[in-house]
Ligand binder design. Structure first.
Ligand code: SAH
Length: 227
């Protein structure tokens, strides 16, 4: 399943047994933790998470924890990446185009890049944007496009999107993003004040939007405007 977008990164096979083993162990742990979406698990077995973090932390790359990426931001915990990606994809055909708000390290964008045809990812902090873009390019993710822009405004010229994933928490989901969600499309986002956030899944059906409130989560804040 999910061989539509095989990994294209040049290092994928040359990384050595340790990294693939470490990734396989991580994926086994995610399975135990309750992730059942096979395509998502397969994607996470392929994406070299260590390439998205500082070398000094690479020994922790395949632990199921969030890690600092500088500028007071973090690469999300793998379980959270798997869970949110599975919620975004659902069980049917994968979405065609996905918009991610909060590129950060670029790791979540790469996981999406393994699973959908086209990914746009927006970041507001210039050095993170530059690093993520370079990393994704080096790994060969030509279907992932990273932009330096304020994600609360979305990317109106490229929408509507079949899926929107927000990886920073706002008090509410920006209206512009709901406007850019295609009919039948799904938006997954952490919502709420610090210390009181929950994962939300919103689905558009024509003019109506249904909302499901799920697990408590802890994300860095969604901040309007560029840094
Ligand atoms: N998805 C990332 C983790 C994101 S951390 C990964 O896989 O590594 C959240 C990111 O959202 C941070 O990099 C932060 O700068 C960014 N962010 C916060 N508000 C934003 C906004 N309005 N537009 C774009 N990016 C934003």
């Amino acid at each position: 399943m999910n061989q539509r977008f095989p990994s294209r990164h040049p290092h994928a096979r040359g990384l050595g047994v340790t990294s693939q083993r470490a990734r396989d162990r991580l994926v086994a742990g995610l399975r135990q933790a309750g992730v059942t979406h096979e395509a998502v698990l397969e994607a996470m077995a392929r994406v070299p998470r260590h390439a998205f973090i500082d070398e000094a932390l690479s020994y922790k790359a395949y632990e199921d924890t969030a890690l600092p990426i500088g500028h007071a931001q973090t690469i999300s915990q793998p379980f959270v990446v798997a869970h949110m990606t599975a919620l975004l994809l659902g069980e049917g055909d994968p979405p065609d185009t996905v918009l991610e708000i909060g590129t950060g390290s670029g790791y979540q964008a790469a996981v999406l890049g393994e699973l959908v045809r086209s990914v746009y990812s927006l970041e507001r902090i210039p050095p993170l944007y530059q690093r993520a873009r370079a990393c994704l390019r080096e790994l060969g993710y030509i279907n992932v496009r990273v932009r330096l822009s304020d994600g609360t405004l979305g990317l109106p010229d490229y929408g509507p999107f079949d899926g929107i994933l927000i990886t920073a928490a706002g008090e509410e989901v920006p209206a512009a993003l709901l406007d850019q969600l295609a009919d039948g499309g799904r938006l997954v986002a952490p919502v709420g004040a610090p210390g009181n956030q929950r994962l939300m899944v919103m689905q558009r059906q024509g003019r109506d939007v249904t909302t499901r409130e799920l697990d408590p989560v802890s994300f860095v804040p969604l901040v309007a405007g560029l840094e």
